[in-house]
Design a protein around this ligand. Structure first.
Ligand SMILES: Nc1nc2c(c(=O)[nH]1)N[C@H]1C(S)=C(S)[C@@H](COP(=O)(O)OP(=O)(O)OC[C@H]3O[C@@H](n4cnc5c(=O)[nH]c(N)nc54)[C@H](O)[C@@H]3O)O[C@H]1N2
Ligand SMILES: Nc1nc2c(c(=O)[nH]1)N[C@H]1C(S)=C(S)[C@@H](COP(=O)(O)OP(=O)(O)OC[C@H]3O[C@@H](n4cnc5c(=O)[nH]c(N)nc54)[C@H](O)[C@@H]3O)O[C@H]1N2
Ligand code: SF4
Ligand SMILES: [Mo]
Length: 725
């Protein structure tokens, strides 16, 4: 038996993985503070990834565009790529090659990928999928607190809260075991849909506020207004610990609850009631404000996250015991992934790439000249959209992401991926993006190697190897080392041993905002709880901002923000608001979970959640196939009618590819600060369609959600699945 952590989300539930007599792997939950012995359905079935028939076990090379991929040996694949990269750079300069990473990669991989881009390629063009995930909350947190760590407190703190406001987060489906920490709290859920999380709120005496997608800033400003009117604003805290309240308040002053109702659709009385519930809990028993992607993934997401932070600050929550503000990070290493240098503007340790001192420190450890380090590059969508353009990258190296499905305006992104001269993908399976590549490196995954991950609480943990990688498979670190060798780099600069990489990460992050200099495998194996900053000397920091915030004056900053409507609003041609997100049974682009039989059987197709009256208006009934069309493209999805979704809004999950790609509809409008795309609002129309590829109608789905918020703790696995939809 080996104990490790889940391959998927940021909760990083602990699990035991045991071999079964028939040569497979069985997963059981392990005790850990975040999951308290629970796992969701994806965790329970994760063992299947290790023996999947769909694993890639040999490098693949496409002899020419249009020809099928063919297996080859590692030396040939590495040499082919190394030579092509060197040629393209010799001809067009270092920026001819771009790199794209992922927040699911271990800290060691993220670090080495950033180093590879800056040092071996000398390119400024590196960014990663975390830009699509956390970037708005991160930007808002940085400007308010001077430091961004998703949750600046352990999740176990939430258990003591009287009231928790969840804005645009659906943890009952996206992190089910987290709900155990919210069992005793009154929940206020802000979501256009009556999600299982919202259901839980209402069932246990809380509130569900269902704003029109893209209007959260108005709602947050209105809640501040109402709290102010009810004298629930914490003047003592504001005076002692913050700056800028008056300017921020000047924007909230105009947001009377009736005005909020007009813009968001949330009844004015409900706004007052929510402000009362949150504000009085803040004063008496403790309250938290938590944000998720629903409120953040907008072209004004940074300001919206800021509006929630302003509300939290006005109520005196951040940096106090039993109170707080946090953002629920998403990917397994969503936190570490944004700290160690795969983001366009960052060097390891959450250092800024435009800071001369940071450049000096990093280049010293790397044995290079600070001037040799490239400047900041373009953000994820901009990078993908510039592929093959006149001044854009000619080649792309991609690790740990499937943007052909998950990037906004994905049809355009696929076109740009095809416009490269060389597309190289490292993946464990032939994802939609890998299927387009010229060269595919088959890499080890999850429990086939050891590495560190940083979960949603900033806790660094050890993801242990359970099984060796299959024959023919190498690790991402080996791929980077192999390519670096062909690019003329000295071997010692690109170690293939994760512990060696971690040692370098310790050295380079010493004294940085995300200080990992005290993170060692020995300490993690001994069970130490290491929340960064974890300096070599002294303790780690489960709770940040208790004494002071990270700005030079020690104070948090209110940043004044105004409400802006979404980039695209409905009109006669596209009368409905589309929003997108997640279903419990699939992960992200679905590259992994669609290959797990139990999961794909339970959720085989994209669906569109729509109010039955709205569906009827467009001639649609439960289980019909529908076609959704936006200004960018179209997709097919099965109708799932729900009475508890707004009549003007439809929802689709983005876990499916081909004709069911939700991102063929989404709008790549970008937030001016974070460069986050507007995944959560687009204008669409809806109509009947024939099934994709002659697909036959299946038995009707139930029009009710079995409460998937209950994590499957201590339950027989097969028993637990039977009561799902
Ligand atoms: N099952 C599952 N779990 C996952 C993942 C997965 O793919 N599948 N991915 C992981 C990752 S990377 C992430 S980032 C997290 C994301 O976790 P969440 O943020 O919880 O997930 P989402 O479904 O993207 O969005 C949450 C909710 O936002 C709502 N929403 C849409 N538009 C708006 C709006 O304008 N305002 C408000 N207030 N709400 C809105 C949606 O209806 C949705 O219920 O989940 C992680 N966990
Ligand atoms: N419409 C819409 N689009 C969205 C979102 C949304 O809410 N709505 N959410 C956005 C968010 S929050 C996110 S995080 C992104 C995520 O979207 P993606 O970046 O596409 O994430 P994944 O689907 O997890 O892709 C990870 C890929 O890496 C592979 N992989 C797994 N482990 C490893 C490894 O160790 N090494 C390598 N090299 N590969 C590995 C997997 O097989 C998979 O193909 O999607 C974004 N897109
Ligand atoms: S909530 Fe589910 S997907 Fe996330 S870490 Fe736990 S078991 Fe894995
Ligand atoms: Mo994410």
């Amino acid at each position: 038996m080996t104990t490790t952590h889940c391959p998927y989300c940021a909760l990083q539930c602990a699990m035991h993985v045991d071999p079964t007599p028939d040569g497979r792997w069985a997963v059981r939950p392990a005790e850990f503070p975040t999951n308290k012995g629970g796992l969701c359905r994806k965790g329970w079935t994760a063992g299947e990834l290790l023996t999947s028939q769909e694993r890639l076990t040999a490098p693949l090379v496409r002899p020419r565009r249009g020809a099928p991929l063919e297996p080859t040996d590692w030396d040939t694949a590495l040499e082919t790529v190394g030579t092509r990269l060197a040629d393209l750079q010799a001809q067009y300069g270092p920026n001819a090659v771009a790199v794209f990473g992922g927040g699911g990669l271990t800290n060691e991989k993220c670090y080495l990928l950033g180093k590879f881009a800056r040092l071996a390629l000398g390119t400024s063009r590196i960014d990663y999928n975390g830009r699509f995930c956390m970037s708005s909350a991160a930007a808002a947190g940085l400007r308010a607190f001077g430091l961004d760590r998703g949750l600046p407190f352990p999740v176990t703190d939430l258990a003591g809260a009287q009231t928790v406001l969840l804005a645009g987060a659906n943890p009952a489906e996206t992190m089910p075991p987290l709900m155990q920490h919210l069992n005793r709290s009154r929940l206020i859920v802000v979501d256009p849909r009556r999600t299982p999380t919202a259901e839980r709120a209402v069932a246990s005496g809380g509130l569900h506020l269902a704003p029109r997608p893209g209007t959260d800033t108005a709602l947050a400003l209105g809640l501040l207004h109402a709290a102010h009117a009810q004298r629930l604003v914490d003047r003592t805290y504001i005076a002692a610990r913050t700056t800028g309240f008056e300017q921020a308040w000047s924007h909230a002053a105009e947001w009377w609850p009736e005005q909020v109702e007009h813009v968001t659709g949330v009844p004015a009385d409900l706004v007052r009631e929510a402000a009362q519930a949150l504000g009085s809990a803040a004063a008496e028993g403790g309250a938290y404000v938590l944000t998720g992607r629903g409120t953040e993934q907008h072209a004004s997401g940074t300001d919206t996250a800021t509006a929630w932070i302003n509300l939290a600050l006005a109520l005196g929550l951040p940096g106090r015991e039993g109170r707080g503000y946090g953002c629920l990070t998403g990917q397994g290493n969503g936190q570490g992934g944004r700290e160690h240098g795969q983001k366009a503007d960052q060097l390891p340790g959450y250092r800024r790439i435009d800071d001369p001192e940071s450049r000096r420190i990093v280049s010293e450890v790397w044995g290079t000249d600070p001037d040799a380090l490239p400047p900041a590059g373009d953000s994820a969508y901009e990078l993908l959209a510039s592929l093959g353009e006149a001044d854009g990258p000619r080649a792309l190296l991609l690790f740990g992401s499937n943007p052909a499905v998950s990037a906004p305006h994905a049809s355009h992104v696929r076109e740009r991926l095809s416009a490269t001269e060389l597309l190289v993908v490292a993946d464990c399976v032939l994802s939609e993006t890998a299927g387009m590549a010229d060269v595919v490196f088959p890499v080890a995954q999850w429990a086939e190697e050891t590495g560190t991950m940083t979960n949603l609480e900033g806790r660094v943990l050890l993801r242990n190897q359970v099984a060796p990688p299959p024959d023919g498979v190498r690790t991402d670190l080996h791929v980077l080392a192999g390519l670096a060798h062909h690019l003329g780099q000295p071997t010692e600069r690109f170690p293939t041993d994760a512990d060696e990489v971690l040692a370098e990460l310790r050295a380079v992050t010493a004294g940085a905002p995300a200080d990992y200099s005290g993170v060692t495998r020995e300490r993690l194996e001994a069970g130490a709880s290491l929340h960064w900053p974890a300096p070599a000397e002294g303790t780690s920091h489960p709770r940040l901002f208790v004494e002071e915030f990270a700005h030079p004056d020690g104070r948090a900053r209110f940043v004044p923000v105004a409400h802006h409507p979404p980039s695209e609003t409905p009109d006669a041609q596209f009368p409905l608001v589309l929003t997108t997100g997640r279903a419990m049974g699939h992960y992200q682009s679905g590259a992994q979970t669609r290959r797990i039989e139990e999961l794909s059987r339970a959720e085989p197709d994209a669906y569109v959640e729509v109010h039955p009256d709205t569906a009827a208006t467009y001639g649609l009934l439960q289980d019909d196939w529908a076609r959704l069309v936006s200004r960018r493209g179209a997709m097919l999805a099965r109708v799932r009618t729900r009475t508890a979704i707004r009549r003007d809004t439809v929802f689709v999950p983005f876990h499916f590819g081909g004709a069911q790609t939700a991102n063929d509809l989404t709008n790549p409008a970008l937030d001016p600060t974070s460069r986050m795309p507007e995944f959560k609002t687009a204008a669409v129309r809806l109509g009947p369609a024939s099934p994709p590829n002659g697909d036959n109608p299946r038995p009707r789905q139930l029009d009710s959600v079995a409460d998937p918020s209950i994590c499957e703790q201590g339950r027989n696995h097969s028993g637990a699945r039977d009561d799902r939809r």
